[in-house]
Design a protein around this ligand. Structure first.
Ligand code: ADP
Ligand code: XUL
Length: 521
C-alpha cells in the first residue's frame, strides 16, 4: 500500500488530501485545511489577502504560504492514522499567477533550511518583495497595454502565450515591479510562482514551473512550452536569468529535503513532483482527462474549464488556454466576483447559507425580469476596472430577488463567456466550496441546460494533486489513475428543468445586452 499527498495552496487556505492505493483498493484516507485568516491571524489577512485602500491592489504574504506548508507537514507528521514512511510522492497546486520574489540569499537558503527552527523564523531576508501580488490584483492595466503593444496586439499576445495580457498574470506584474521598484527587482535572484516556490521548499532546491501554471504568466510560448524571448523582452530586462526552468507537470524534481526528513521524520525516499496551478490540478481532480465535458469550480474565484486536444485560443479575448497536466491543453474562463460576491449578498441581508438557499428555492427562475451585474470587485470577465454593482428592475431592499439575481447573473456570465471553448456542454462537474449548495447548482443546470454532477471530494485541486503524485510515481494511464476517485455521488446529480431552460435562453440575450450597455457607459 502506498500513500500520495496532494496539497492546494489556495487564496483562503492550504488543503491536504492523502490517498491510499493498494492494487484495486483505493480511497481518500485523510484531508485537512488550514485557514489563513483563522489559523494564522498574525499575518493579518482577510479572506487570505492583505487589505489595501486601492481595490486594484491585492497582495498576500509569501511567508504565510510557507508557514502554512510547515504547519501542515507538522500536522501530518503527528497524525497517528498515517504511516509517513508510506508516502511515496507529494505534489501540489497553487493559486495561479501569484509570484514570489527571492533574494540571492533566499535562493541559496532553499537548500539549507535549518531543521532546528520552524520555517517561519527563517524567512528574514529570503524575499526581495515582502508582499506578493495575487490573482485578485488588477493594478497593471498600463503594463498590459505596453506588453501587448510590444507583441503586436492583444490577439498576437493570445496566439503566442495562450491569453492576451491580463492584469493578474505574472508578466505584467513583474513589469510593474521592475518599473516601480527597479532596485528591488535588481536584487531579485528568482521569481517563482506560488506553486514552484512551495515545491522548492519541499524539495530543498530550485523547482521548475510547469506549462499549466507557466501559461498563466504571459511569458511562455504556448506551442513550444518554452519561455518566449519576445514575451520576456516585452516584460523586463534581465528576466530570463530570474526565472526557473519550465518542465512537465509529471517531472520528479527530487526527494523531500533534509528539513522535512530531519525535523518531522518523513522518509528521504518520498518523491517531490513538480507543482501546477490550482485550475490545471482541478482538471485532474474532476476527472476531465479528455475533451468533451466541462467543470465549474465555485471557489473564491468562479472558473469554468475543460480539456482541449489542441490550443484553440479565444477570439474575443475572454478566456485562457493553459497546459494540462496530461500533456495536452485546457481552456478556462475566470470570474473574480465568485464566492466573495455571494458572501456579500448573503451578509447584506443577514442570511446564512441555509436561508440563502431557501430564498433561491422560493423565487421564480427569470426573477420576473430583475437582473444584476455583480461587479462588487473589479471583474476579470468581462474586464471591469472600476467596480460597481448594476441593478435592473431590482429593488436593493428585496433579499429574495437580489439573491436570485446574483446567482442567475453569475451562471449566465459563465455560460456566455465560455462559448469560445467550443465544447457542447451536456454534463458539468461541479467543485469548490459552493458546489455543496444544491440550489445554486439547480440554477447552474437550468442556465446551461446540462446535468450537474458532484463528487465526494469538493477540493478537486488537492485531490488532483494527490492523483498527479500517484500518476507520476507509477506512470499509470490517466483513466486508471482517476478511476474510483472521481466518481459522481450517487443521488447527487442535479438535472435541468426544461421550462426553466427556456426562460434562461431568453434571459441570456437580455443579460448580454445589459452587460454591453454597462460596459459602454
Ligand atoms: P478556495 O479554494 O478558492 O480558497 P473554496 O473552494 O474552499 O475556495 O471555497 C470557499 C468558499 O465556499 C467560501 O468562500 C464560501 O463562500 C463558499 N461556501 C461554503 N459553503 C457554502 C454553501 N453552503 N453555499 C454557498 N457557498 C458556500
Ligand atoms: C485562474 C485564476 C484563479 C486562481 C484562483 O486564472 O486567476 O482561478 O487560480 O486560485
Amino acid at each position: 500500500m502506498s500513500l500520495f499527498l496532494g496539497l492546494d495552496s489556495s487564496t483562503q487556505g492550504l488543503t491536504a488530501v492523502i490517498i491510499s492505493v493498494s492494487g484495486t483498493s483505493r480511497g481518500v484516507v485523510w484531508q485537512h485545511t488550514i485557514n489563513y485568516d483563522h489559523d494564522l491571524p498574525e499575518y493579518g489577512t482577510l479572506h487570505g489577502v492583505l487589505q489595501n485602500p486601492d481595490p486594484r491592489i491585492v497582495r498576500s504574504s509569501p511567508a504565510m504560504w510557507a508557514d502554512a506548508l510547515d504547519r501542515m507537514m507538522a500536522r501530518i507528521a503527528i497524525e497517528r492514522s498515517i504511516d509517513k514512511s508510506r508516502i511515496a510522492a507529494i505534489t501540489g497546486a497553487g493559486q495561479q499567477h501569484g509570484s514570489v520574489y527571492l533574494s540571492q540569499d533566499g535562493l541559496a537558503r532553499l537548500a539549507a533550511m535549518d531543521e532546528r527552527t520552524a520555517l517561519a523564523a527563517q524567512m528574514d531576508g529570503v524575499f526581495s518583495r515582502e508582499a506578493s501580488p495575487t490573482w485578485m490584483d488588477s493594478s497593471t492595466s498600463v503594463e498590459c497595454a505596453e506588453i501587448e503593444a510590444a507583441l503586436g496586439g492583444a490577439a498576437a499576445t493570445a496566439r503566442l502565450t495562450g491569453s492576451r495580457a491580463f492584469e493578474r498574470f505574472t508578466g505584467p506584474q513583474i513589469r510593474k515591479f521592475a518599473k516601480d521598484h527597479q532596485g528591488r527587482f535588481d536584487v531579485t535572484a528568482r521569481v517563482h510562482l506560488v506553486s514552484s516556490f512551495l515545491a522548492s521548499l519541499l524539495a530543498g532546491s530550485d523547482a521548475p514551473i510547469d506549462p499549466g501554471d507557466g501559461a498563466g504568466m504571459n511569458l511562455m510560448d504556448l506551442a513550444s512550452g518554452e519561455w518566449s524571448d519576445a514575451a520576456l523582452g516585452a516584460t523586463a530586462i534581465g528576466l530570463r536569468a530570474r526565472l526557473p526552468r519550465l518542465a512537465p507537470a509529471s517531472t520528479v524534481i527530487g526527494h523531500l529535503g533534509a528539513y522535512w526528513t530531519n525535523r518531522y521524520g518523513f522518509s528521504p525516499l518520498t518523491k517531490v513532483v513538480a507543482w501546477t496551478g490550482d485550475n490545471p490540478s482541478s482538471l485532474i481532480g474532476t476527472g476531465l482527462i479528455r475533451e468533451g465535458r466541462v467543470a465549474i469550480s465555485l471557489g473564491t474565484s468562479d472558473t469554468i474549464f475543460g480539456a482541449m486536444d489542441a490550443p484553440r485560443v479565444s477570439d474575443d479575448g475572454a478566456g485562457h488556454v493553459f497546459g494540462a497536466p496530461t500533456g495536452g491543453f485546457m481552456g478556462i474562463t475566470v470570474f473574480k466576483n465568485g464566492s466573495l460576491a455571494r458572501e456579500r449578498v448573503r451578509d447584506t441581508y443577514a442570511l446564512d447559507w441555509d436561508s440563502f438557499s431557501l430564498l433561491l428555492q422560493t423565487s421564480p427562475p427569470g426573477n420576473q425580469g430583475a437582473m444584476m451585474l455583480p461587479w462588487f470587485d473589479p471583474e476579470i470577465t468581462p474586464v471591469v476596472a472600476e467596480p460597481g454593482v448594476r441593478r435592473e428592475q431590482l429593488d436593493p431592499q428585496d433579499a429574495h430577488a437580489n439573491v436570485r439575481a446574483l446567482v442567475e447573473a453569475q451562471m449566465m456570465a459563465m455560460a456566455r463567456h465560455s462559448a469560445w471553448m467550443g465544447v457542447r456542454v451536456d454534463t458539468i462537474h461541479a467543485t469548490g466550496g459552493a458546489s455543496r449548495n444544491t440550489e445554486i447548482l439547480q440554477v447552474m443546470a437550468d442556465v446551461f441546460g446540462a446535468r450537474v454532477e458532484r463528487f465526494q471530494i469538493s477540493n478537486s485541486a488537492a485531490l488532483g494533486a494527490a492523483l498527479r503524485a500517484y500518476q507520476s510515481h507509477t506512470g499509470s494511464p490517466w483513466s486508471e489513475v482517476v478511476a474510483g476517485f472521481v466518481e459522481p455521488i450517487a443521488g447527487g446529480t442535479v438535472v435541468p428543468i426544461s421550462a426553466h431552460v427556456a426562460v434562461y435562453d431568453e434571459l441570456k440575450r437580455r443579460h448580454a445586452a445589459l452587460e454591453k450597455s454597462a460596459l459602454s457607459s
